[in-house]
Design a protein around this ligand. Structure first.
Ligand SMILES: Nc1ncnc2c1ncn2[C@@H]1O[C@H](COP(=O)(O)OP(=O)(O)OP(=O)(O)O)[C@@H](O)[C@H]1O
Ligand SMILES: [Zn+2]
Length: 575
């Protein structure tokens, strides 16, 4: 094929790009510059001021506008020849069905969360379209090529459980996990004593974006005209009260929380936070530990009053450092005891306010040290590597596809970039193999149908709207059209779903059917469960033996939970 013919082929390809954030902006620019002419981009989000440092298609005047729309407009300005279209929507929308995916030659992911990546992986599998997957975390970056029946899919290998990406609105308004409180506590530290960063805003979000999906409804808190917290920097405000610990405490944990409570739509389906005043916190226990003694107890969980005491002691100490050097900007250092104690106390007070379980300073230190900034150069390199792989796909050179990695340090062969051929599909993958099987340990007398649907199928296995049938009785126990809603509160055992039951779970939109093998584990409580992606024959036999020996079925079956393989797959990190 001549160079011209090759170029012609690039121009004719129809591509879908999912995500117009850090990697997406770079990617759209590269695609246009390489000669791709038929591109559709989807992004659900609007532009935040904190995106501007690396999402170079966006400018200050674009803040609050649709990312997909602005990216499309700006790319067309420098490349009028491109037929670039967009949707300002979530990729989970029903209109992006399998036929929609089939209308493209291949798909490129520039996403920041596993749920959406899993979904696109399944849609591409169902539509038989290649997918170029990407991710970056600080200096680490990765590109993978996923081709049905030829390579591993995104879900062939189990990923580590930790989710490192947190939308800013979750951090500022609606934390639901301790890590959200820890991230916020680090931001508080930076705002008060460190280098102020736009990303680190700690006040309730006036725009009150709701929830994990980034939907914005623009609702303001009542009386926001008069009662909005003053738009001055937290540091400036704190200097105004001479870093008085009580006043700083009351602002962060009482006044701002009271303000947050007024955004009623946030609390329709969530528990409202409880504002806490400094005096109330100290009164919850007569003898809180001092900072010195609390540090000695870094593996135990501090009480609320100890957290308040540690907060006050640390603020005073950090204030002294700033008084000595007024221009000093401290940086977060997890091994600096005052800073770490401050962050641990703040995180736990916030966790208490939002009814989230508190943790020891030791545990919080591990979480706080693990937060990675997004780096523009990594995104640019990743986007470049994606287009290199895209060109191979265009020319049908599937056998030349490479999974590529960028590292922060050279590997033993002195390379910062490394690549390898994609691994073959995992024959036991519950997404892309013929054997779509998942083994789940539950306590059938406690697990509800609703828990099975929401926690197992939707949250853990990323199905969108499953229909579930008990194979033994052929009874539908979960129906996507709501016909079975009266069963939601029932326990599995009430529907005769016990150890050994097999459920067929079908997601129409993802065109995915999998078999769920129920295993009983009596010590699991409520909707708790454990998942095994595969069960070896040996394990099956062992269990069969046990059941034979104890026909009453009362044995505790302790599953051998396999450690997830740590792979070089990275998640884009928000913080
Ligand atoms: N379900 C989804 N449908 C469409 N787009 C999505 C979906 N989930 C995430 N995205 C988009 O993927 C993009 C990922 O980009 P990036 O990782 O740079 O995130 P960001 O939110 O722009 O920045 P950061 O998280 O680093 O502050 C975002 O623009 C986000 O809106
Ligand atoms: Zn797979």
């Amino acid at each position: 094929m001549t160079w011209k013919e090759k170029h012609q082929k690039i121009q004719e390809q129809k591509l879908l790009v999912v995500g117009a954030g850090g990697i997406g902006c770079e990617l759209l620019k590269n695609l246009a510059a390489t000669g791709f002419r038929k591109v559709h981009v989807i992004d659900l989000d609007t532009i935040d001021i904190s995106n501007l440092n690396r999402q170079f298609l966006f400018r200050k005047e674009h803040v609050s506008c649709s990312k997909a729309e602005v990216a499309t407009r700006v790319v067309k300005q420098f490349c009028p020849a491109i037929d670039l279209t967009y949707d300002h929507d979530s990729i989970f929308e029903e209109k992006f069905n399998i036929d929609f995916f089939k209308s493209f030659d291949f798909v490129m992911n520039a996403l920041d969360n596993r749920k959406a990546r899993n979904h696109v992986n399944r849609m591409c599998h169902a539509a038989r379209r290649p997918l170029i997957e990407s991710g970056s975390a600080g200096y680490f970056g990765q590109v993978s090529v996923i081709i049905r029946e030829k390579t591993e899919c995104y879900e062939c290998v189990e990923k580590p459980a930790q989710q490192k990406t947190f939308p800013g609105c979750t951090i500022r308004n609606t934390p639901s996990e301790h890590i959200h409180c820890t991230v916020w506590a680090k931001h508080v530290f930076n705002q008060l004593f460190g280098e102020v960063d736009i990303d680190d805003d700690v006040s309730p979000d006036m725009k009150a974006e709701d929830g994990e999906n980034g939907d914005q409804n623009g609702e303001k808190a009542p009386d926001s005209e008069t009662e909005e917290p003053a738009p001055i920097g937290t540091r400036q405000w704190a200097e105004g009260v001479d870093f008085d610990p009580q006043q700083v405490f009351d602002k962060l944990f009482q006044l701002d929380i009271e303000y947050l409570c007024k955004m009623e739509h946030l609390w329709k389906q969530r528990k409202q936070p409880t504002p806490i005043a400094y005096s109330t916190a100290l009164e919850t226990e007569p003898t809180p530990l001092s900072y010195q003694n609390a540090l000695k107890n870094d593996t135990s969980v501090w009480t609320l009053s100890t957290c308040a005491q540690v907060f006050a002691d640390c603020v005073k100490q950090l204030r002294e450092q700033i008084r000595a050097q007024p221009d000093l900007r401290l940086s977060f250092e997890k091994d600096e005891p005052t800073i770490m104690a401050f962050v641990a106390a703040v995180a736990n007070i916030r966790a208490t306010i939002f009814s989230i379980g508190t943790k020891s300073m030791f545990e919080i230190k591990a979480m706080a040290g693990n937060i990675i900034p997004a780096i523009a150069a990594t995104n640019a390199i990743v986007a470049g590597m994606m287009v290199t792989e895209a060109i191979k796909l265009v020319h049908g050179e599937h056998e030349k596809a490479r999974n590529a990695f960028i590292r922060n340090q050279p590997n033993p062969r002195g390379k910062i970039f490394a690549d390898e051929p994609p691994a073959p599909p995992n024959p036991k993958c519950y997404v892309c193999s013929e054997t779509r099987e998942v083994f789940i340990y539950v306590n059938p007398t406690q697990m509800t149908v609703s828990g099975l649907c929401e926690k197992v199928l939707k949250s853990e296995l990323n199905m969108l709207d499953p229909d579930v049938m008990d194979n033994a009785s052929s009874r539908i126990i979960i129906s996507s059209d709501g016909d079975t809603d009266d069963l939601l509160k029932k326990k599995l055992s009430e529907l005769a779903i016990e150890d050994g039951a097999i459920l067929s779970c079908d997601d129409f939109q993802q065109d995915m059917v999998l078999k769920l093998f129920i295993r009983r584990q009596n010590d699991l409580k409520g909707d708790e469960f454990k998942i095994l992606r595969e069960e070896t024959d040996g394990e099956k036999e062992k269990e069969e033996d046990k059941r034979k020996r104890k026909p009453d079925g009362e044995e505790d079956v302790e599953p051998e939970v396999k450690r997830p393989k740590i792979v070089d797959q990275v998640e884009v990190c928000a913080e």
